[in-house]
Design a protein around this ligand. Structure first.
Ligand code: NA7
Length: 484
């Protein structure tokens, strides 16, 4: 069949999944093109190659989180004897340009890498004509492209709520990291990890975020940990409007945004004015422009369902990354799934993606990282009698001198109750959470038991060593707070 089509493989989407898949396919001998196109947001924000993670996700988020932690660190430094001006303040436009410069450099490196690796990069919006043909809308006009195989890796974009003024006056995480003015007093609507992270760094940078929560905080995460995250943010002065939904946004003569909202339990209505309204109400898959029906690919709730080999219902069309239904929407998941798919398609491999026990971190001011099952999922799968939870509060050594709150520094191991006491899940709330959990994720995937964990010698003084000191079970009812 080689030769009948323009390419062996066309990857639609130049984000984490698509780029990993395209590069690996070329390395395994395929002729590959990668289409990438970013539709501007309603306020006109657009960006380059690399997808959400690089441009409007993980990378700028981590940098703004770091900026916010540094502000905190300057205050702590005074307690450690540094003579610092206690009237430090952030420069939003300098922060934005530093962040955007880094992103531009990553975009550039990505383009060079694609050229070096001989992936043809096509800056166009693709839509299917049939299962082997696509039309790409380019600046220079339409181009028809045929391929033996297609990989759909178009990812997702933030949703807007269906209320008056939402699109006109609100922004999303697609706009925030390049916003050309200070966000000021900000209403963050949505209590998923994106909402909480944005509220967290905005507070750290000195703005006044409020989080509007429709139902629960951090749906999908361990709910005890989620509530501790929310409490730790509340303690830092971030108010949470609970059980509340927005009704409308209007712009006042003074330029401020008037938001009307309603408590879903009491029915009581309220309103307040903000400088910025940030929607963090979930993301939708970018299926609409693909004309999938022309290729016969079926969709499910803005997403595409795939089998364990990332195949869609059409034999020559696959999907990876955030566009697939029911899998963790995380960059490293997308990268590995994309790479493994290319190896199976062109490298004679049989290895499938293992989507289980993926570790992740919520970069709130006090960070939360976890791997494996939440306590509630462990109980659901193994029964309350089959689960033992080891837990404890702890005091990071470095928190004492600046007298930082240790109230929410907490961790737990959710494990099998009897037998080998296999660890089902690990949860950590505290500093550098991602760095703490990453190694434990490998241990958990290797069959970590409580016995191994508590017989591992800790590294002192660290916060990660607290995992080796877990001795109190929830079932015992003993106080999990440390003596000193
Ligand atoms: P999530 O995790 O889907 O969270 C969305 C949040 O927004 C969640 O708290 C929702 O509350 C809330 N929500 C949704 N619709 C509304 C409306 N209309 N009004 C008020 N609040 C609302 O998404 P993120 O934006 O954090 O994105 C993370 C994505 O990346 C997510 O899709 C992950 O899979 C990966 P709810 O709990 O539904 O009541």
């Amino acid at each position: 069949s080689r030769g009948t089509y323009d390419y062996d493989l066309v990857v639609i989407g130049g984000g984490s999944a698509g780029l990993a898949c395209a590069k690996e396919a070329v390395q395994n001998g395929a002729r590959v093109a990668c289409l990438d196109y970013v539709k501007p947001t309603p306020i006109g924000t657009k960006w380059g190659v690399g997808g959400t993670c690089v441009n409007v996700g993980c990378i700028p988020k981590k940098l703004m989180h770091q900026a916010s932690l540094l502000g905190e660190a300057v205050h702590e430094a005074a307690a450690y004897g540094w003579n610092v001006d206690d009237k430090i303040k952030p420069d939003w436009s300098k922060l934005v340009s530093s962040v955007q410069n880094h992103i531009k450099s990553v975009n550039w490196v990505t383009r060079v890498d694609l050229r070096d690796k001989k992936v043809e990069y096509i800056n166009g919006l693709g839509s299917f004509v049939d299962r082997h043909t696509m039309v790409a809308k380019l600046k220079s006009g339409d181009r028809t492209i045929t391929a033996q195989t297609f990989v759909i890796a178009v990812g997702g974009r933030p949703r807007y709520p269906d209320i008056p003024g939402a699109v006109e006056y609100g922004i999303t995480s697609d706009d925030l990291f390049s916003l050309d003015h200070e966000p000021g007093k900000t209403l963050v609507v949505g209590a998923g990890y994106i909402g909480l992270e944005c509220a967290g760094f905005l507070k750290g940078l000195g703005y006044e975020p409020t989080v509007m929560v429709r139902s629960i905080v951090l749906r999908g995460f361990d709910q005890q940990m989620a509530e501790l995250v929310a409490s730790s943010m509340d303690e830092r002065g971030i108010p949470f409007l609970r059980k509340t939904v927005p009704l409308s946004v209007t712009k006042q003569d003074n330029g401020k945004l008037l938001v009307k909202y309603k408590n879903t339990e009491t029915g009581e209505e309220g309103e307040d004015t903000y400088d910025t309204v940030l929607w963090a109400v979930g993301r939708k898959g970018l299926v609409e422009d693909l004309n999938l029906s022309n290729a016969g690919v079926t969709t499910f709730k803005d997403k595409i369902q795939v089998d364990t080999k990332e195949a869609t219902n059409v034999a020559n069309i696959f999907a990876v990354g955030d566009i697939i239904y029911g899998k963790p929407e995380l960059t490293p998941v997308a990268v590995l799934a994309g790479r493994l798919l290319a190896r199976r398609l062109y490298g004679g491999s049989n290895q499938r993606m293992d989507y289980s026990d993926v570790a992740t971190t919520v970069f709130t001011p006090l960070e939360y990282a976890c791997v494996g099952l939440s306590e509630e999922d462990a109980v659901k799968q193994h029964g309350a009698d089959g689960v033992e939870v080891f837990h404890g509060y702890y005091k990071p050594t470095e928190f004492f001198i600046p007298q930082k709150s240790v109230r929410y520094c907490y961790l737990k191991a959710v494990a099998e109750r009897t037998g080998d006491q296999r660890v089902y899940g690990l949860h950590y709330l505290g500093p550098v959470a991602g760095e703490v959990i990453q190694g434990f994720a490998a241990a958990l995937k290797s069959g970590l038991t409580i016995n191994t964990l508590i017989n591992t010698v800790g590294i002192h003084p660290t916060t990660a060593e607290e995992f080796t000191r877990l001795s109190i079970t929830k079932r015992s009812g003993l106080d999990p707070t440390p003596a000193s």
